[in-house]
Write a protein that binds this ligand. Structure first.
Ligand SMILES: NC(=O)c1ccc[n+]([C@@H]2O[C@H](COP(=O)([O-])OP(=O)(O)OC[C@H]3O[C@@H](n4cnc5c(N)ncnc54)[C@H](O)[C@@H]3O)[C@@H](O)[C@H]2O)c1
Length: 360
């Protein structure tokens, strides 16, 4: 196995005396959401191990060195043979091929990655003695609802997919399969899993190249280029800042009543993509205009999109206290600051993050 493992430090003495502190494994921890979760858990005194193959993530998203952080640079399936899953109290499975554009352009990699990683991780967990099984969060997606016309989407709603000849639905199906598998392991082997269906999550460190709309808009606004809105821009989405999402992930995994449940996580405030583009221009004082691009030009012939996607948040609010606080304009400003500080795309994977000294 070709893995690169940063040195494994001993926990600081004060960490071992506090039972509420955990040892967490984050798959995909060098990615956008994962790296914010790393920051959050380290800031709260936990030990964190990250497994990431850096296929879309970046080592620079993580602190350069930290006494409670271990980084394993490897594909998840390969790394699993070298680590003892029972040594972790909590596992966050975030590794995936993410982004509609990436899935449409490279469907085989996305399907295999998202499906096989869930299979091998859950199978390995099911082999542990029940007393030593870590609580495990499986990151799913609002895409699982497919093109259902229900508003809002509640966890028990039917999923509605297009034909298998439309590549777009393969991402949703891989995430739905992982949900089925996790629930089956929960029912048959009492595996303590929580499934979170993330809606559009945004914030610093998110990149636009895989199709995520807000970083695409902000990157173009900063370059003085017109923002590219698909179709007429009337489709609505709900955007939640990653710094609101990450504490909710930890709280859900710590909530006994969430075990075995599927939970929507996100904001329920809708905004049309045209209004989002206008907000980006207003917030960044940019004025390069808006260009409308038909779906078939942007994402290929036959691409289907949803007019609205809003979560029903009753389940999460019955389990934990969850009120997103970061305003969208603030997210745009922080994302713009982050993008301005990024080195050129060719050096991004190795350059330290702009707030790295805080963690040294
Ligand atoms: N960002 C969103 O709006 C959003 C919405 C819905 C669901 N999600 C889910 O949240 C999770 C995190 O998404 P993100 O936005 O941070 O994406 P991301 O691409 O930034 O993070 C994914 C990370 O997983 C790593 N990875 C992928 N395959 C791997 C493998 N086989 N082995 C090891 N590492 C691997 C990548 O290098 C990357 O660092 C994903 O499961 C995604 O499906 C995200």
């Amino acid at each position: 196995m070709n893995t690169v493992q940063d040195h494994l430090p001993s926990p600081a003495p004060d960490d071992t005396t506090n039972d509420s502190r955990t040892s967490a494994l984050i798959t995909g921890g060098a990615g956008f959401i994962g790296s914010h979760l790393v920051d959050h858990l380290l800031a709260h005194g936990h030990a964190v191990t990250v497994i990431d193959d850096l296929s879309t993530g970046s080592r620079a998203n993580l602190p350069e060195s930290h006494p409670r952080l271990t980084f394993i640079h490897a594909p998840l399936a390969a790394a699993l043979s070298d680590i003892d899953l029972a040594s972790f109290s909590h596992i966050y499975h975030l590794a995936a091929a993410v982004g509609v554009r990436r899935v449409v352009l490279n469907p085989i990699d996305a399907i295999e990655r998202n499906t096989l990683d869930a299979v091998v991780l859950l199978r390995a967990l099911a082999q542990l003695p029940s007393t030593r099984t870590p609580r495990t969060l499986i990151a799913s997606s609002s895409e699982v609802y497919g093109k259902s016309d229900r508003v809002p989407f509640a966890e028990g709603d039917d999923a509605v997919y297009g034909p298998t000849t439309s590549r777009r639905w393969s991402y949703a199906l891989t995430k739905a399969l992982a949900e089925h598998l996790a629930l089956a392991h929960h029912e048959h082997a009492a595996l303590p899993v929580v499934i979170v269906r993330l809606f559009n999550t945004v914030g610093p460190r998110q990149v636009g190249e895989h199709g995520m709309v807000l970083p695409r808009f902000v990157e173009r606004a900063l370059q003085g280029l017109p923002l590219e809105v698909h179709a007429d821009g009337s489709q609505t989405r709900c955007f939640c800042d990653v710094r609101d999402v990450v504490p909710a992930l930890q709280a859900l995994l710590d909530c006994p009543a969430a075990i075995g449940r599927v939970v929507n996580v996100g904001s329920d405030t809708e905004i049309s993509l045209l209004d989002l583009a206008r907000l980006v221009h207003a917030t960044l004082a940019s004025d390069a205009g808006i260009r409308f691009i038909p779906y078939h030009e942007a994402l290929g012939p036959g691409f289907e999109d949803l007019p609205r996607r809003r979560p029903d948040l009753s389940v999460i609010r019955s389990l934990i206290s969850f009120r997103p606080k970061v305003p969208l304009a603030q997210t745009i400003l922080d994302l713009a600051d982050d993008i301005r500080c990024r080195p050129s795309a060719t050096t991004a994977a190795t350059s330290p993050r702009k707030d790295a000294p805080k963690h040294s």
